[in-house]
Design a protein around this ligand. Structure first.
Ligand SMILES: [Zn+2]
Ligand SMILES: [Zn+2]
Length: 343
């Protein structure tokens, strides 16, 4: 079988097409580590790799292994890697590691590094038994989180945690989370544990019980009421976190912000957001995006999750079934995060 010199991986070979293959094991280059992957979450952004939906912005060079919520143990260190050890359990998210020398890195903004590679886009990701990652992108996984539980926190968790942590809300402020899916079900939990008054917004009365269970103080059914009016009825939101965002929904819900409030978009969608200038000007409201977070915030995401008991609701699937798992996620049937497990 040649199992000592090769590893199993699932790679995208053409739009919508995933195949199980064996790939040769290679040594990590300078500044890189090799990780023996134990778990990898299936994220909606994997469509960027599998369907080429980031084409134009980030063209994919198929074949490419998707997956940017990978957890495993370091099994080889490249040259010049410091601060990480063989056997250590680590994670790698969407941001594949900053360069350390560009203008943004030098200014401390690692997320916007000019030479950042995206895991699963520019290099192979975690739908595999092994992956090579830049050490500068690694996150440290605490002992009290299992690999399967930690995996979704590296993208869905980090994205919502970082957005809320960097938003201007203080304990007691009203924070709304729109969407209760892969990102939103974590966002509601983080918002609650950070001490905010939490309003969850989703479609349908049947999500109310889940929203309360996740920690929401209020549930707003966007099919039965106008979310902006409902938020204004609660005093107006200081922050609205949009985890699922058709442009229309964002534009309408945006009006639920109190003066000085901020809407943070973390769920990517191609349709435009049409907000009037008066809605921005009167009340000095902001509309902004947030891209996951830096590795130190990733460490904090994992630690905070372990300390507070925030966890993703997951379903585990063996790596060999990655294509089925991906299809289920794309069909919107994951409740709420599928995690691939290896060996
Ligand atoms: Zn993701
Ligand atoms: Zn850089």
């Amino acid at each position: 079988m040649g199992s000592a010199s090769s590893y199993q991986a699932v790679q995208a070979v053409a739009p919508g097409q995933l195949e199980l293959v064996r790939k040769p094991i290679r040594d990590p280059g300078p500044g890189e580590v090799r990780i023996r992957v134990e778990a990898c979450g299936v994220c909606h952004s994997d469509a960027g790799t599998v369907e080429g939906t980031f084409e134009g912005t980030f063209p994919i060079d198929w074949p490419r292994v998707p997956g940017h919520e990978a957890v495993g143990r370091i099994d080889a260190l490249g040259a010049h890697v410091q601060g990480w050890a063989i056997g250590q359990r680590v994670g790698i998210g969407f941001l594949g590691g900053s360069c350390g020398h560009c203008e943004y890195c030098r200014g401390g903004d690692l997320v916007n590094c000019r030479n950042q590679e995206f895991t699963g886009i520019h290099r192979d990701g975690g739908y595999a038994e092994m992956l090579i990652a830049r050490a500068s992108g690694l996150m440290s996984v605490p002992e009290d989180l299992s690999s399967a539980n930690a995996a979704p926190l590296l993208c869905a968790g980090l994205t919502t945690f970082s957005a809320l942590r960097n938003a201007p809300a203080k304990p007691g402020d009203l924070v709304a989370v729109l969407g209760i899916g892969g990102l939103g079900h974590l966002g509601v939990q983080y918002a609650r544990h950070m001490g905010f008054e939490v309003a969850a917004i989703a479609r349908g009365a049947e999500k109310a019980a889940l929203a309360k269970k996740l920690g929401a103080h209020h549930y707003i059914d966007s099919a039965a009421s106008n979310p902006a009016e409902a938020l204004q009825g609660l005093g107006g939101a200081k922050v609205i976190l949009f985890t699922a965002s058709g442009g229309k929904m964002v534009a309408e819900t945006f009006k639920g912000l109190r003066p000085g409030g901020v809407s943070v978009i973390v769920g990517a969608s191609p349709d435009p957001i049409e907000v009037s200038s008066t809605d921005l000007i009167f009340g000095s409201r902001k509309l902004q995006g947030a891209l996951t977070g830096d590795p130190a915030t990733g460490d904090e995401t994992l630690r905070f999750s372990a300390l507070s008991g925030v966890s993703a609701m997951i379903e585990t699937v063996p790596l060999e079934k990655a294509a089925d798992a991906y299809a289920k996620m794309m069909a919107g049937k994951a409740r709420f995060r599928i995690v691939l497990t290896m060996g």
